[in-house]
Structure formats: C-alpha cells, structure tokens
Design a protein around this ligand. Structure first.
Ligand SMILES: [Zn+2]
Length: 305
C-alpha cells in the first residue's frame, strides 16, 4: 500500500479527532505568535483557528448523530443533524470575523508598535505547515469514504493555510516598511474572508433544511436509469427529489397498463427501485404504482393557503 492509500483507509471519525488535536495546537502556536509580536493580523489568524476547533468538534458530533439509525420518533433517520451543526458553525464564524474587524478598526486609529516579528512569523508558518499536511491526508480519506463532513473540514483547513500565508506576507511587509497601518488592514482582509466562509455555511445549511433537490450529477444518474427502463406502455411522472444530509430521497409515479397483473407491475416497479438504489448510493426511492389512465389524487389537491 502506498502512503496515500494508507491515509485514505483511516476512518473519517479518526481524522476529525486528529484535526481537533491539531486545531488546539494551532491555537496555542498562533496565540503565542500574537503574544510575542502584538500584531492584530496574527491575532486574526489565531481567531480563525478557534473557528476550526469549533468546526472539527461539530463535524465529529454531526457524523455521530447523523449515523444513528432511524428510531420510533425519527423514522426517516437523523441526517439533517448536519445542517443544524453547520448553521451554528457558520454563525460562530461570523461572530469571530466581526470581533476581528472591531479589533482591527481600533488598532487602525490607535497604532501600536510590533515586536519580535521573526518569532511571530516563524510560529505562524510552523502551524500552517501542520494544517497543510493534515488537510491533504484528510482529503485522501474523504475521497475513499465519501464523507462530506470530512471533506468540508479539510477544505476549510486549506483556506486557512492560504489566509495564514497572506497574513505572513502582510506582516513581513510591515517589518520591511514599518507601515503599521498594514497590520490592521491584513486583519480586516482575513476577517472578510472568514465572513464569506461563515455566510456560505449558513446559506448551504438553510438550503438543506428547506429540502433542496438533489445535485445535478445525481439527477443525471436518475434520468439515465429511468431512460434504461423506457417502454411504450410504462410512463414515469411527478418525479420529485430532496436531500437530507448524506441521504437522497426520490418520489415518483410509475404508470402501467391497467390489465397487467399486480405481480407483473410489482416486479417492474421492484426492478426500477433496485436499479435506482444501486446507481445512487444512499438513495431512498418511493415509487407509486398507477394505471396508465389514472392520476393520483394528491396531484390535484389544492395547496395550503
Ligand atoms: Zn402520475
């Protein structure tokens, strides 16, 4: 096995635990970097890592809750737990970004000297190196295990490595030019990026809670399967889909000649269901059997006012 395959074989939950450990280490290193240098740019970078810690902890919780099997009170499962945690995570990110902007604006009007920038930058680069390696390893595992939670966490870590790189460049410029205003400017830049990330998370969570339809690639796969069952006497209509965490749901009608026996119709329906479920992992298809010339009453019911 190559190193990539070995890393990929490690379960998402284990990686999320590792990433919580690395987030704690990163917070310690970056807080130290801010402490020795007095730079708000480095402080904003440390705050960003605090958000990482919260994200990794929530992602771990989410994977656990979402994996719980359906029970009497939640017969469709617990997959939407993901959206609650990611919405909360997004709000936490937004609060962190606003705190950074407040600190940076204050520093802009009351500039303070920076010390020991070499140490501050060194510590920041060291912790970014840890994060970069971890993010790469997590992506290998996310690919193998098809884990959205893990992939999200890894992509978030990668953006952090880039923001840290921006902070390091900005602070190095402060050291070279002694333009103190550059430090709060860098901090605001980081904060705006964090704000965008937070908003993106809140937006995607709200879409999930509102039963967004499946991804285009999944829809294409469904269309392909239905096309393979094309038959002059069979009609598929009223196809609706929705997603719930890692689960995908499909509701549709399958119209067949009224004189087919129930057994023949049920066998045809069963074959379509099997094909759909093997084409789209995690899909739950619910197919209503109807005669060719009859439509379901639910379709002509008036909607709620
Ligand atoms: Zn129909």
């Amino acid at each position: 096995m190559t190193l990539t395959e070995r890393l990929g074989a490690i379960a998402p939950q284990s990686w999320l635990r590792v990433s919580i450990g690395v987030a704690v280490l990163t917070i310690a290193l970056k807080t130290l970097a801010w402490w020795v240098s007095n730079s708000v740019g480095l402080l904003s970078d440390a705050m960003e890592s605090l958000v990482n810690l919260a994200s990794a902890a929530f992602a771990l919780l989410m994977v656990r809750v979402a994996q719980q099997p359906p029970d009497a009170e939640h017969p469709y499962g617990h997959h939407k737990a993901e959206y609650f945690s990611s919405a909360f995570e997004g709000l936490a990110i937004i609060v962190a970004a606003l705190a950074i902007i407040a600190a940076a604006v204050q520093r802009f009007f009351h500039p303070q000297g920076l010390d020991q920038l070499g140490w501050g930058l060194g510590l920041s680069v060291l912790s970014s190196a840890f994060n970069g390696v971890l993010a790469w390893a997590m992506l290998q595992s996310a690919r193998v295990h098809r884990s959205m939670a893990l992939e999200g966490d890894a992509r978030h870590l990668i953006t952090d490595v880039w923001t840290s790189a921006g902070v390091v460049i900005g602070i190095a410029l402060v050291a070279a030019t002694h333009w103190l205003w550059l430090d709060p400017l860098v901090a605001v830049g980081v904060a705006l990026n964090i704000l965008r990330e937070g908003w993106d998370l809140v937006w995607r969570s709200s879409q999930g809670l509102m039963d967004k339809r499946v991804e285009r690639s999944v829809q294409a796969e469904i269309d392909r399967v239905l096309k393979s069952f094309e038959h002059p006497k069979i009609r598929f209509d009223h196809i609706t889909t929705r997603r719930s965490g890692r689960r995908r749901f499909l509701d549709m009608h399958m119209h067949m000649p009224a004189n087919w026996t129930l057994r023949r119709a049920a066998e045809a329906r069963g074959a379509v269901e099997q094909a759909l479920m093997s084409a789209v992992p995690g899909l739950r298809a619910s197919i209503q059997l109807l005669p060719s010339d009859v439509e379901a009453h639910s379709e002509d019911a008036e909607d709620l006012p």
